[in-house]
Each structure stands twice: as structure tokens, then as C-alpha cells.
Design a binder for this molecule. Structure first.
Ligand code: AMP
Length: 299
């Protein structure tokens, strides 16, 4: 079963304590689509400018990512630059240039509208809402956001989160959005407005999946060296929804497995800049690390 993913398609410049990469492929929809493509077909919705390198298009096509919903507009591609200090759980944005995104409206091609699994990756929450008005009765809608939108479009963020089934937030965003330091309270506040599940990502400290009656705590896979955490959250989300679409099972047990699949993929993504490690990742490496992950949490 395919997954529809809408989000940013970007050129990023990133600096971490272990190096830097300039004008490389990034964007929430790119990381999520690439990760989801390990489990099945993906339909991507986004926008790029005329400066977007053709080799990136070829890369996405090589993964069976359908690009009918990717608009090409006059102007420059969305550009984000940021850096990380020794605590790589916190991204510091230096610049966010919306460029072609500033006048973008998602158009969902006819062939996408019946897609049952939808991931609204991090973009303007008003655009996320425009996607929901164009699709027909999905089985599952997962949404992500970030501090930039919580700060600049607070009401629109709440409106979209209320309309989806599963909300993904990182710990700082959950605190900022809900005005509480306590992550369980923050998740419950979101659940009270509509979504059935909230997943709070805590970087190297793993994630918490909270429903109105259950809590699941997953660690992050312990790595000795992290090169660049950019896109870890999107990679997690892509693996999570890709696996759910492939198995068509939304039970609590399978959601927990999807969290571990997402965490496994994210653990690879941070081992290189941009999509470098995901591009080199083989199915057998993925299976091996998933097995190692299971051992890690067994007691
Ligand atoms: P993550 O590290 O998973 O939170 O996401 C990193 C990606 O988000 C980068 O590749 C950026 O291009 C993209 N990004 C950064 N800021 C924004 C924004 N305001 N809206 C949409 N995407 C963004």
C-alpha cells in the first residue's frame, strides 16, 4: 500500500562538530519519502525551484518515489541552514529561506487522492490542511511540525494537529506547543483535542508513544559517532508510516514495532550528512540492526 508524503524539499547547509555540508539534498518530505521507500511505494507532494539539481530527482525516482505531485516553480528551492553544538539533540537554525515555498499550494494529483496512508511532514500547517481537504477518506494521517511553525502559526498548528490520527513532536516542540515542561502532560493535552496517539521524539534519548491509556518508551539505538542529526525525525516518521502502510495493521503492538523500525532507520541517517548513509543502506543492514535493536530492549 502506498504512502502520500507532503513536506519540504530542500537544499540544506549544515555544520556539526564533525564536519559540514553545503547546499546538500534535504527537506522533511525527502528524508521521510526515502525512508518510507524501504517498505513500499511513495507519492511525494512538494515544490522545487529551477536550481534543484537533476541528480536529486534521479535519486528519488530510483527509489520508486512518484514525483507527479512535485511542482517545479520559477525561483529558488527552499533553503535551510543550521548548526549543532556538542549536544546534537538541538538544531540551531541560522536561516530559513522559504523561496518557492512562499507561494506554494499543494495540488494533489488525481492518482494520489485515494491514498490511505498520509504523512504531513513539516511544512506550513495551512498547507498541511490544504492537503487534507483534497484527499478521500484516508485510513491514517500522521503529522509533524516544528518550532518555526509553532512560533509563527500557533493556531494553524493546533488546527491541523486536531484533525489527524497521530502527532509527532520532538520534546522541545511538545513543551513549546503545550506550555508545560512535562512531556506526558503535553501529550495528554494534544490527545484531548482529537489525535489518538502522540509520539514524542527525544533525540538520542529515544521516543515516547502515548495514547489515552498506554505509554511505550523506545530507546534510540546507541551509536558511538553521530555525524549529522538533520532529518532524523523525518526519517523516523517515514519508516514508521511506511511500515504501517506495508502491514496495514494499526494495532498497538504493530504501532510499537513501527516505532522501532522508524528508530532503526533514523539511527542510520545520523551516520552521515544529508542522505549519504540512507543511500548506502542495504536491506540486510537494516534487518541486522533491527534484530540488534530487539536484543537491546529485551530483559
Ligand atoms: P529534522 O532534522 O528531521 O527536524 O528535519 C530537517 C529538515 O527539515 C531539513 O532537511 C530542512 O530542510 C527541513 N526544514 C527546516 N526548517 C523547515 C521549515 N520551517 N519548514 C519545513 N522544513 C524545514
Amino acid at each position: 500500500m502506498s504512502v502520500l508524503i507532503v513536506g519540504s524539499v530542500a537544499l540544506d547547509s549544515v555544520k556539526t562538530p564533525l564536519g559540514e555540508a553545503n547546499n546538500v539534498l534535504g527537506g522533511s518530505a525527502v528524508y521521510a519519502s526515502y525512508a518510507a521507500s524501504f517498505y513500499g511505494p511513495v507519492k511525494l507532494v512538494g515544490v522545487i525551484g529551477e536550481d534543484f539539481p537533476q541528480e536529486h530527482i534521479e535519486l528519488l525516482k530510483s527509489r520508486s518515489i512518484d514525483l507527479e505531485g512535485l511542482q517545479v516553480r520559477k525561483g529558488k528551492t527552499f533553503y535551510w541552514s543550521g548548526y549543532y553544538e556538542l549536544d546534537m539533540n538541538q538544531a540551531h537554525s541560522l536561516c530559513t529561506e522559504l523561496n518557492v515555498f512562499s507561494c506554494f499550494h499543494p495540488h494533489i494529483p488525481k492518482s494520489y487522492r485515494k491514498t490511505k496512508y498520509i504523512f504531513l511532514a513539516n511544512i506550513d500547517p495551512e498547507l498541511q490542511m490544504e492537503v487534507l481537504t483534497q484527499v478521500e477518506k484516508p485510513d491514517l494521517v500522521v503529522a509533524d511540525t516544528m518550532n518555526y511553525w509553532i512560533m509563527n502559526k500557533h493556531d494553524a498548528v493546533w488546527k491541523i494537529l486536531k484533525a489527524v490520527d497521530i502527532v509527532l513532536l520532538n520534546d522541545a516542540e511538545a513543551r513549546q506547543l503545550c506550555g508545560t515542561a512535562n512531556l506526558v502532560k503535553a501529550a495528554k493535552k494534544v490527545i484531548a483535542t482529537g489525535p489518538k496517539v502522540v509520539i514524542i521524539k527525544k533525540g538520542e534519548h529515544g521516543s515516547l508513544m502515548i495514547t489515552d491509556s498506554t505509554t511505550f518508551a523506545a530507546p534510540a539505538y546507541p551509536l558511538e559517532t553521530i555525524y549529522d542529526p538533520t532529518g532524523a525525525g523525518d526519517t523516523f516518521a517515514g519508516g514508521f508510516i511506511g511500515y504501517l502502510a506495508a502491514t496495514k495493521d494499526l494495532s498497538e503492538k504493530n504501532l510499537r514495532k513501527a516505532v522501532i523500525i522508524g528508530s532503526t532507520l533514523a539511527s542510520f541517517n545520523v551516520e552521515d550528512f544529508s542522505l549519504g548513509r540512507l543511500i548506502r543502506l542495504t536491506q540486510s543492514e537494516l534487518t541486522e540492526r533491527y534484530k540488534a535493536f530487539r536484543k537491546l530492549v529485551r530483559f
